[in-house]
Design a protein around this ligand. Structure first.
Ligand SMILES: Cc1cc2nc3c(=O)[nH]c(=O)nc-3n(C[C@H](O)[C@H](O)[C@H](O)COP(=O)(O)OP(=O)(O)OC[C@H]3O[C@@H](n4cnc5c(N)ncnc54)[C@H](O)[C@@H]3O)c2cc1C
Length: 480
């Protein structure tokens, strides 16, 4: 039986990002993926939000995505656009980039990293014991691993086999979504609880509400034509679909993100309506939160309890997205009272503070992990500041390319001795001239030092002394 430290079920956005993170941390990982190729059955995510773009920048690969995507002010809440160009980040925008292109570019990076992918195979189940997990595959073989991570989407076999409850709300609405050729070009725009717009290669993208919520049959061209006739009175001569599928606003979240040696991430851990375009983004960020922690547990650097912080930090982020997508669904209803409510919310979103609050949430820039009381930076994303070091100018994110933690000393050079952690934590003496400003909350006092985790979140803030530093190093990066 082949052995790996970690087996990832599912090579979608979450599984691929997790594999990259584990590989950067030196962990032996393999992805098991059902699809034979990178081709997707349907178009899904249309782009990336600011924090995901930052996360890719932290790993030094953002330029490949920026080269193919189109940056724009794409943030919206219940269809109300929100500009974030005044946010203090180098990526004060979103990026339009179809999921198929995102996955292709990510897969190219995985190739370079040498991540093995076993394609045309499914994980069908597992059994776990004290030392590892036996993972059963659809070709009759099995793999042995220290940990199994289910990144296998909303219908996750791994989550179900682990007996993890997927609590939440049944769907209230079903949409038919397709890309087709049309004899006559329809007017592009919103209608029918969705809209019609241009797709790649001259096709027309259609997303429209269906009258029945719980249809289980495969959608057909006839269903699509009927949906078009309902809103436009004509099917526009729709033919030759590239795909036709359905999605709903089912809203559910795994009650636990870990059961022993088995974890879930991405859609396997949370599903919700696509309003605001957040699902892929939070899946990728789940992976970046989990990757370094799992690598440290596998290598014995940290105890298994470090994995509890994955759930403690990421479950609330997922729950918040579930809540905001449900709110957007309610605001999008066409009933008079919902329209009145939406108009009222629109008025609020034109004001600075509410706009920043909601836009910061959708963009993922406001995440604050609960790491206790302290400086506002504690638990928040480290800004990508311009630094000056003895080796010259440097951006903070450049220090995170290798996914290794950083103790950034902005005070007296040579002021810290972290010899016992020197193999795990980079110590950088640097200066920064200028403001410290965070999205949504604004300017904060400049710290004397910060301990930055591999995922770019601040684990400790120095006030000119070393108070709490050893504890923070031990908590996050193991005993001396
Ligand atoms: C219409 C629509 C529009 C959307 N728009 C956006 C958007 O604009 N922005 C956004 O951020 N998100 C959007 N999303 C959500 C986004 O597509 C998902 O959140 C994202 O794909 C989740 O990534 P994942 O890797 O967790 O899961 P998936 O993308 O579902 O990947 C799971 C992978 O696992 C494989 N797999 C499944 N079961 C097994 C198994 N047993 N063994 C091995 N492999 C398996 C699958 O083949 C797949 O490759 C949209 C979704 C829909 C439906």
């Amino acid at each position: 039986m082949a052995e790996h430290a970690v087996v990832i079920a599912g090579g979608g956005p979450t599984g691929m990002m997790l594999a990259a993170e584990l590989t950067l941390a030196g962990t032996d990982v393999v992805i098991v993926e059902r699809r034979a190729t990178l081709e997707l059955e349907s178009s899904r995510s249309r782009g990336l939000h600011s924090r995901t773009i930052e996360v890719l920048d932290q790993r030094g690969v953002v330029d490949r995505f920026l080269a193919e995507g189109k940056t724009a002010q794409v943030q919206a809440f219940a269809g109300v656009p929100m500009d974030i160009s005044d946010f203090p980040t180098r990526h004060n925008y979103g990026m339009a980039l179809l999921q198929s292109h995102f996955e292709r570019i990510l897969a190219g990076w995985l190739d370079e990293l040498g991540v093995p992918i076993l394609r045309e195979r499914e994980v069908t189940g597992f059994t776990q014991d004290d030392s590892g997990v036996d993972v059963a595959l659809s070709d009759g073989t099995s793999l042995r691993a220290k940990f199994l991570v289910g990144c296998d989407g909303g219908r996750s076999v791994v989550r179900k086999a682990a007996g993890i409850d997927f609590a939440g709300w049944d769907p209230t609405t079903c949409w038919i979504i397709a890309e087709v050729e049309m004899e006559e070009m329809p007017e592009f725009g919103l209608r029918g609880g969705g809209g019609i717009g241009p797709a790649e290669e001259g096709l027309v993208g259609v997303t429209l509400i269906e009258p029945e919520v719980n249809r289980t049959d495969e959608p057909t061209l006839e269903d699509l034509r009927a949906a078009l006739i309902r809103v436009d009175g004509t099917d526009h001569g729709a033919h030759s679909p590239r795909f036709i599928t359905r999605f709903t606003d089912m809203t559910r979240q795994a009650v636990a993100y870990r059961s022993g040696r088995v974890l879930v991430a991405g859609d396997a851990a949370h599903v919700h309506a696509p309003m605001g375009g957040q699902g892929l983004n939070i899946g990728v960020q789940d992976a970046v939160n989990l990757g370094w922690k799992l690598a440290q547990v596998v290598s014995g650097t940290s105890p298994v309890s470090l994995l509890d912080t994955y759930q403690a930090e990421r479950h609330p982020v997922g729950a918040r997205v579930l809540r905001n997508t449900m709110a957007q669904r309610a605001l999008g209803a066409t009933e008079d009272r919902s329209v009145a409510l939406r108009d009222t919310v629109m008025e609020l979103l034109r004001m600075d503070e509410p706009r920043k609050h909601i836009a910061g949430m959708i963009a993922g820039l406001d995440i604050a992990y609960d790491l206790g009381e302290g400086h506002p930076l504690l638990g928040r994303r480290m800004p990508d500041l311009d630094l000056v070091t003895v080796d010259g100018p440097l951006r903070v994110f450049t220090l995170l390319h290798g996914a290794k933690p950083v103790l950034l000393n902005l005070g007296e050079p040579g002021g810290f001795d972290i010899t016992p952690w020197a193999d795990r934590v980079q110590l950088i003496d640097a200066k920064h001239v200028g403001m410290w400003e965070l999205p949504v909350i604004g300017a904060v006092t400049a710290p004397a030092a910060v301990l930055i985790r591999p995922d770019g979140y601040v684990a400790w803030v120095g006030d000119g002394t070393e108070t709490g530093l050893r504890d923070a190093l031990t908590t996050w990066f193991g005993t001396p």
